[in-house]
Write a protein that binds this ligand. Structure first.
Ligand code: C2E
Ligand code: CA
Ligand code: CA
Ligand code: CA
Length: 279
């Protein structure tokens, strides 16, 4: 037993060193990646279940690494958060999303909304509010067409200051959405504290809603509660027609997911938009 324990320890120890080394390389590469334009954004359409029309999109970052290929944000965003690099990357993401969507809206005389993810780490910076204002002004981007997605972990520290910033963003006309709603430990406490505009139901609930009556009941309750609070509800991770039909029946406002479209590069998004706005 002792031998086995030692062998396992050695195994895990090696595995951990490998992971750590990979992460260290990633964070060193990241600094250069921004200059070398290895990051790019894709845009996932959001469909209104009331009108059947496209209402907007969520901007999602990708990293085309020169030797490792395409890296998922699930892998490199946590690293960027740990090193603080997210404070350089975050403003770049916002600027790029506003520039792109502004160009589309001008070209198509449209008013496509864009949702951008903001990391809780970005809130630690005193200049967050100002940096957002600067990006909007630079791109002459209407604040009402910008939605900022936050997660529940945001409220764990410095609540008062965070609340003030969120309130100011809303006063400037931006929409605030709570991402991955229902997966945290304090979803309801979070709702008591501030007025969001949009709740995004996590795809964990959507996943099993067709077969699992508990998940369906939870989604139904979230939609009813959101209606009373006058929030919009967007269901994430919709992959099947059955899920779409059920969500529509339950009165969900909008959906996002592979059933409708994966996140798209700019050219594909425009093609998709044209197909879905013509009658
Ligand atoms: P998220 O904000 O919850 O984004 C939704 C994720 O679900 C995206 O993964 C999207 O591609 C994926 N998705 C969409 N529809 C479906 C579906 O029908 N089925 C399944 N299985 N997945 C679906 P992605 O792009 O890999 O992003 C992962 C996470 O990385 C995001 O989760 C977000 O937390 C973070 N992230 C992505 N882009 C950014 C960014 O620009 N800034 C920040 N701070 N975080 C980002
Ligand atoms: Ca999101
Ligand atoms: Ca989400
Ligand atoms: Ca997430």
């Amino acid at each position: 037993i002792k031998e086995k324990g030692r062998a396992e320890y050695a195994f895990y120890h090696t595995q951990m060193s490998v992971d750590l080394a990979a992460r260290n390389r990633l964070d060193a590469d990241m600094e250069k990646a921004l200059e070398q334009k290895e990051f790019f954004l894709v845009y996932q359409p959001q469909l209104s279940l009331k009108t059947g029309k496209l209402i907007g999109c969520e901007a999602l970052i990708r990293w085309q690494h020169p030797t490792r290929g395409l890296i998922s944000p699930a892998e490199f965003i946590p690293v960027a958060e740990r090193t603080g690099f997210i404070n350089s990357l975050g403003p770049w993401i916002l600027d790029e999303a506003c520039r792109q969507v502004k160009a589309w809206n001008d070209e198509l005389s449209a008013s496509i909304r864009v949702a951008v993810n903001i990391s809780p780490i970005q809130f630690q910076r005193r200049d967050l509010l100002n940096s957002i204002k600067v990006v909007l002004e630079k791109n002459t981007f209407p604040p009402s067409q910008l939605e900022l997605e936050m997660t529940e972990t945001l409220m764990m520290t410095d609540t008062e200051r965070v609340l003030l910033i969120i309130q100011e963003l809303q006063e400037l006309g931006m929409q605030i959405s709570i991402d991955d709603f229902g997966t945290g430990y304090s979803s309801l406490a979070y709702l008591r504290k501030f007025d969001a505009n949009v709740l995004k139901i996590d795809r964990a609930f959507v996943n099993d809603m067709v077969t699992n009556i508990n998940d369906r009941a939870i989604i139904s309750a979230i939609i009813n509660m959101a209606n009373s609070l006058e929030y919009q509800v967007i269901a994430e991770g919709v992959e099947t027609t059955e899920q779409y039909v059920l969500l529509k029946e339950l009165g969900c406002h909008a959906i996002q997911g592979y059933w409708f479209s994966t996140p798209l590069p700019p050219d594909d998004f425009i093609r998709f938009y044209n197909q879905h706005t013509q009658n």
